[in-house]
Design a protein around this ligand. Structure first.
Ligand SMILES: Cc1c2[nH]c(c1CCC(=O)O)Cc1[nH]c(c(CCC(=O)O)c1C)Cc1[nH]c(c(CCC(=O)O)c1C)Cc1[nH]c(c(CCC(=O)O)c1C)C2
Length: 370
């Protein structure tokens, strides 16, 4: 079977994630882990010792291998393609370096509105991001249908943060300054990003992605007013236009997940923004979120990643509490943000196994009662 054609993919053996994302009944809660491929795995560190970060992202065989590493280790219910959200600023013509021990760095961030003229606005995603599509197609074949494959992108505001701040930041004060000083230029940049993100996500579905996640990882730097002005409208446009453009290409739309970290004030709005799944960070009370969303969407999350430092027994206790708060239907278990590089992989296994065994037990108990 040709491993480079986005057709004749192996039959899916485990569709739990897809059923949960669509709000259908599930016999146990599916689970995956944000940043499940990464530095906490020695096999990832070995790969990175030999290969620069963006070389791994840009070489389909390497990105595929890294994507499969956690799938070989744990009974996860989904794989997520190994890439990074910062490939989109690269496609717009910006230079992004990964500084060891520091993280991403933009040598020439956007400083003033006139810098927008430097961006390659009319991005052909097949030319500039085709390597991600190739990685997705290859990985779909190599997964052999074991679990579905998630594609992803950063959201417009979160990418705008990096493009202006020039890297990670506690305050993201420079992009926040744009929102208050250069409102029109901010919307211009957010529109440029929205357009390329839509094409990028559609390309991932055509290449074989079976779910999509949009990471609005820096929503926590916004307030309700700025979120409703500079984030939510663009998130909604992305969800609706990705579905429309996938259909226009004769393909079946895939479930979409929105993860807006820190946007506890916006859960109700996010549940009506066109996404099937709303991801919650660890600060949100699952019962409150369930009440706010009224069964309209599936919820994803939200164990504190720090809980993976607890003992395996304590992890089981925390997982049980989390599952009882969410209820075992319309729930995809995950952490409330990405896993930390110093987590013990054995504790990830304990987390995954606890979600499966305890959610099965709760489901069986509720069957006996009814
Ligand atoms: C989902 C994801 C991302 N990057 C990576 C993954 C893992 C994919 C997978 O598990 O297969 C690999 C991924 N991306 C990176 C790494 C570490 C690279 C290394 O040192 O080996 C990995 C494994 C580099 C990176 N890339 C980024 C950071 C954070 C910088 C900061 O704000 O301080 C970092 C450290 C930007 C980034 N990148 C991403 C996000 C959204 C997810 C989140 O919020 O955690 C963000 C904010 C997306």
């Amino acid at each position: 079977m040709a491993a480079n054609t986005a057709e004749n993919f192996p039959e899916l053996k485990n569709d739990l994630m897809l059923r949960a994302a669509r709000g259908e009944k599930t016999e146990r809660v599916p689970v995956w882990v944000m940043r499940q491929a990464g530095r906490y795995l020695e096999e990832f560190r070995a790969m990175r010792a030999e290969n620069e970060f963006f070389k791994v992202c840009q070489t389909p065989e390497l990105a595929c291998e890294v994507t499969l590493q956690p799938i070989r280790r744990f009974q996860l219910d989904a794989a997520i393609i190994f890439s990074d959200i910062l490939v989109v600023p690269q496609a717009l013509g910006m230079t992004v370096e990964m500084i060891p021990g520091k993280g991403p760095s933009f040598p020439e961030p956007l400083k003033l509105p006139e810098d927008l003229s430097k961006l390659d606005k009319d991005v052909d995603v097949n030319k500039t991001l085709g390597y991600v599509f190739d990685a997705i197609t290859l990985t779909r074949h190599k997964l052999e249908g074991k679990v579905p494959l998630i594609g992803f992108s950063g959201a417009p505001w979160t990418l705008m943060c990096y493009m202006i701040e020039g890297g990670g930041s506690e305050s993201m004060s420079k992009p926040k300054q744009w929102l208050y000083k250069y409102e029109e230029a901010s919307h211009q940049l957010l529109n440029i990003l929205t357009k390329v993100i839509i094409d990028y996500l559609v390309g991932q579905v055509i290449a074989g992605a079976q779910l999509l996640q949009v990471f609005e990882s820096h929503a926590g730097h916004l307030c309700a007013r700025t979120f409703n002005t500079f984030a939510l409208p663009y998130l909604s446009i992305i969800a609706r236009q990705v579905e429309e453009k996938v259909r226009a290409q004769g393909k079946e739309p895939v479930p979409m997940i929105i993860f807006a970290k820190g946007a506890h004030y916006a859960i109700e709005d996010l549940a009506q923004s066109g996404y099937e799944v709303v991801g919650l960070d660890w600060t949100v009370n699952p019962k409150t979120a369930r009440h706010q969303t009224q069964g309209k969407v599936t919820l994803q999350g939200n164990m504190d990643p720090g809980a993976l430092y607890a003992s395996k027994e304590e992890i089981r206790t925390i997982v049980r509490e989390m599952l009882e708060q969410f209820g075992t239907q319309q729930h995809i278990a995950n952490l409330g943000h990405g896993i930390y590089p110093t987590i013990d992989p054995d504790h990830v296994e304990a987390f995954v196994d606890a979600v499966h065994s305890i959610s099965e037990e709760i489901n069986l108990d509720s069957k006996k009662k009814n």
